[in-house]
Structure formats: C-alpha cells, structure tokens
Write a protein that binds this ligand. Structure first.
Ligand SMILES: Nc1ncnc2c1ncn2[C@@H]1O[C@H](COP(=O)(O)OP(=O)(O)OP(=O)(O)O)[C@@H](O)[C@H]1O
Length: 351
C-alpha cells in the first residue's frame, strides 16, 4: 500500500469527525535557477549529478478540523507560506494531495476552483496585496460580493458592504476613500472585510499582524477572533510570533525545513514541548524567562532547503542527534491525544 493510501485508511479507522482540510504527503520543489538550462550539480557524497531544487515543502501531512485555529510556526524560509499557497491552490504541488471538505482540490482547473474560492479566503501580511489601489473601500468590498452573488440587487450588495465595514470597525463615512488614505491597521481591517465579504468558512491568514505596530496587532487579532466566533470560521494562521500563537491558536504545528516536526494543542505544546527544535523556539521566547523550559542552544550547522540532508532535517543543529538520525527520516510519533512529534530521540526515550 502506498503511503497516501495508508494515511487514508488510518483517517477512516479513527473515530474522529472528517477534517475540513486534509493534506497528504505534500511536497513543493522550486527550480533553483529557473532561467538556467542545466541546473545540475555533482554531488560528491552520492557521486552523481543532481538537479538543484529548493525543497520548500518536503512531505507534510496535516488535518484541520472545523473550528480550529491552527497556527503554523517556524523560522523564515521553513515553508510556511508555500504550504498556505498550496492549500489555497495558488501553487501546484510537486507531489501529494490537498482535500477540502472531503474533495480532492489540488489538481482542479481554475474554473473548478471557483466554488472553493468563495469557501476559502486568504489574508496577507501586506494588505496592499489584496486591495486594488484604484478602488474605494466600498468598491473593494462590493466587487467580490457581486461576483459571488450575481443575482443580488445593488441595494442588497450595498447593505452587505455597509455591515461588513461596521463589523471590522471602518467608519461608513470613509467608504469612498482609497486604500492609501488609511493606516496599516485600518487597511488590514479592510482586507479582512474583503475576505469575509463572500462568507468563507476557512481563512488562511499569512502573518496578518507582523507588519503592524504592537498596539494595533492586538486589535486585529481580536477582530479575527471575534469573526471566528461570530461566523464559525476555521483558521490556518501563519506566524513566527509565539505570543500571537498563545493568544490565538487552538492547535500549533511547528515547521522546520519543509517538514512538520511537532503538532499539538496549544496548551500541550507550550507546557510539554518534546521536539528539540520546539524546545529551542520556546526557550528563545521572552515569556519563558521563568525557566519553564530549560534553555537549549542549537548547533550551527543549519541545513539548506536546496539540499536537505538524509535522515532528520534538524540533525545538523540537534544536540541529541546520533547515527540513526543521520540515516532515517523520523516519522510522526503519536503521543497523548493529538500530540505528534517526529524525533528518534523522543521515540527512543533518550529525551
Ligand atoms: N516562487 C518561488 N521560487 C523559488 N523559491 C521559492 C519560491 N517561493 C518560496 N521559495 C523558497 O522556498 C523556501 C520556503 O519559502 P516560504 O516563503 O514558504 O517560507 P516561510 O517559512 O513562509 O518564510 P517567511 O517567514 O520568511 O515568509 C525558501 O527557501 C524560499 O526562498
């Protein structure tokens, strides 16, 4: 049985509700030099010519249940945004599958994607990415409503835009202004209103507050949390800020070099992190000055997504790595409840 079929069987056997989003063995490789004809390099270890590619997402399995606020954390370049774009159909996967509400969506055409565009929306770090500078706020909000509800009257569309502005705290008197006339926080409110305008059920927010002042960040996070409660949304939330994770997430996936090394509900992850990388991340976070997690220094030999090493991708920086870690890629190990960790040292009880 191939690994994807094995995962499917596992999913059916478990007595849990069907996930809203399911990702199976997902991989995305980018050409390193897309403009070069021969992006090959001689690998002296395997004594073979290898095509140089960036392994941005390198075998991710993930389930998101309805009502989850799943935060994906990890350092810059570990593949968080690529994972989000693959799920949203903005990028084609090199391998693996994405399922939404029981239907496979990773291979659909643009036309087949259309109903999912209404159900799945994305909020970006830079709201300019989703706001057309030539449209007023009202036009920005009315455009997607009109597109997804072609039968609606002008007054109904207008009423919906008004109520969205009220929901996100944008004064109705400003509805004829353009995006550049607003502050960063207000622009993000408009981008959120635009994403919510089509009544999605699943929202991916890619670092939605990291470009904002700290004082504004909490307001936007509260807005997103209130929207989740009022509209029964499911979130995939990408961030590198652990304070945001603790405030916002119901579950956390920790990513390292294209793979998920640990996944748990938020309380468990902060109270009992098991993967050495998660422990290092938490130790580096100011909130843990009370010595809750022993500080852990990482080795320097960070691996590159261009040539991920054999075995565990974290082994070059891990103080617990041994010969098995060099050889074998660790599979996710189920601990208590929903807690999963991919680490040989944890599996063998060495840490
Ligand atoms: N279109 C692309 N072409 C080539 N390489 C890409 C492309 N998009 C992403 N990458 C590479 O893939 C890897 C993962 O990038 P990605 O943006 O997903 O990481 P990230 O964790 O979201 O980082 P950050 O937090 O800095 O946004 C990086 O090495 C990046 O340079």
């Amino acid at each position: 049985m191939n690994p994807i079929d094995a995962l499917r069987t596992l999913g059916r056997a478990a007595d849990v509700p069907a996930p809203l989003v399911k990702v199976l063995s997902l991989r995305k490789r980018f050409a390193l030099y897309p403009d070069r004809l021969l992006p090959w390099r001689f690998d002296k270890h395997s004594r073979a010519w290898r095509r140089q590619r960036i392994h941005a997402v390198n075998g991710v399995d993930l389930e998101i249940q309805r009502g989850d606020a799943l935060c994906v954390v990890g350092e810059s370049g570990c593949g968080k945004s690529t994972l989000a774009r693959l799920i949203m159909g903005l990028l084609r996967a090199s391998e693996g599958e994405v399922h939404y509400d029981g239907q496979r969506i990773d291979h659909l055409s643009a036309k087949q994607w259309r109903p999912f565009r209404q159900r799945m929306q994305m909020i970006f770090q830079n709201p300019y990415a989703s706001l057309n500078p030539r449209l007023t706020v009202r036009q920005s909000l009315e455009e997607p409503i009109r597109l997804h509800h072609p039968g609606w009257s002008r007054s109904r569309i207008r009423d919906r835009a008004d109520s969205l502005m009220a929901d996100v705290g944008i004064d109705l008197g400003w509805s004829e202004r353009f995006a550049h006339e607003f502050s960063g926080g207000q622009r993000q409110r408009i981008a959120i209103a635009r994403a919510l305008s089509v009544d999605p059920e699943f929202v991916i927010a890619d670092e939605p507050v990291s470009a904002l002042d700290v004082s504004v960040q909490a307001q936007i996070l509260n807005l997103l949390m209130n929207a989740q409660a009022a509209r029964r949304l499911t979130y995939l939330f990408i961030t590198h800020d652990l304070a945001v994770v603790e405030h916002f997430a119901t579950r956390v996936a920790v990513m390292y070099l294209g793979t998920i090394c640990e996944l748990a509900d938020t309380d468990t992850l902060f109270a009992h992190p098991r993967h050495p990388y998660t422990q290092a991340l938490l130790a580096a976070s100011p909130r843990l000055e009370d010595g809750h997690v022993a500080p852990l220094r990482l080795g320097d030999e960070a691996s590159m997504p261009i040539a991920p090493p054999s075995g565990c991708v974290f082994r070059g920086r891990c103080p617990h790595a041994d010969a098995r870690c060099q050889r074998e890629n660790p599979e996710p190990l189920a601990l208590r409840g929903d807690h999963q960790v991919a680490c040989h040292a944890v599996e063998e009880g060495r840490i």
